[in-house]
Design a protein around this ligand. Sequence first.
Ligand code: FUB
Length: 352
Amino acid sequence: MTLAKQALLLPFALLAMLLPTLTGCEKRTPGTPLITSIWTADPSAHVFAGKLYIYPSHDLEKNKAYKGDGDQYDMEDYHVLSLKSPSANAIDTGEALNMKDVPWAGSQMWAPDAATKNGTYYLYFPAKDKDGIFRIGVASATTPTGPFKANATPIEGSFSMDPAVLVDTDGSAYMVFGGLWGGQLERWQTGTYDTAGQAPTGAANALGPRIAKLDGTMTAFDGPVSEISIVDASGKPLRASDERRRFFEGAWLHKYKGKYYLSYSTGTSHLLAYATSDTVMGPYTFQGTILDPVAGWTTHHSIVEWKGKWYLFYHDASLSKKDNLRTVKMAELFYEKDGTIRKVTPNKAPVK
Ligand code: FUB
């Protein structure tokens, strides 16, 4: 081919390369990370004004010795990711909040979530306070990507970690939260913080996630915190020894066809499981597993509807091979006709 012909064809070749990006029709190989420029975990996804935003934890690589009691998840800030189409790579929109700007926080900025009301965006996040006790804070912004300004004190009455907020169809907002072990939930069984608090064992009822209604300001609880009961098909609360079904951490609430779905990580058995209820406060009846164990100790997710399809956002540690350096991923999620969720097999689930 002559040089003149090559020059003529160049614009067409460039257009063919750029077309998938321009039209949003590019395909991502199933199971590949949404972003690799930073380590990300605990993806809480939301659609705000038609665009998808992910509020993940930002895992950090540090040259430090850890005790391994959860302190290896040693995060200090949040970045918001945005996605322009389900198959596009995520874009890091930059730092949205840093621990140095949170007056009460001392360490471990863990899994956050976000919500919006009347044009303000709220970022909910757990962190250990200066006494080493997990609390849940809130920060606000005028855009979904921040920067967020943190309130001076944590939400009154909050404790433990992994907040997730559901804004219900009538506009009421609810926060579910809590997590065992590193998340300290077992230390709150008496209503006050007790360092000696131990998780129930054996046939005792498992601890449930906590739920509180948010008031109109979206920055405070509107009433007491309750424990959610997760029961089996016969209505019996799940037992502490039932590690493949009982709650451990990472609760998420969504609504599908008028039913409430509470999904969560089972921790020690590394599953994502779910339960359903006709009322937001529960009790929730256990339904099944959404995702089998992924690479790494933790598993954490969110579920969101976008452009008429449902998606599971999750993370794994397959890229770093280190539990505390994770990458967020997504897979399409399907409901059966009876409302049960079809188990996701991420390496086979195409994202179109
Ligand atoms: O990312 C730190 C913690 O690991 C989260 O808060 C838990 O849900 C687990 O994913």
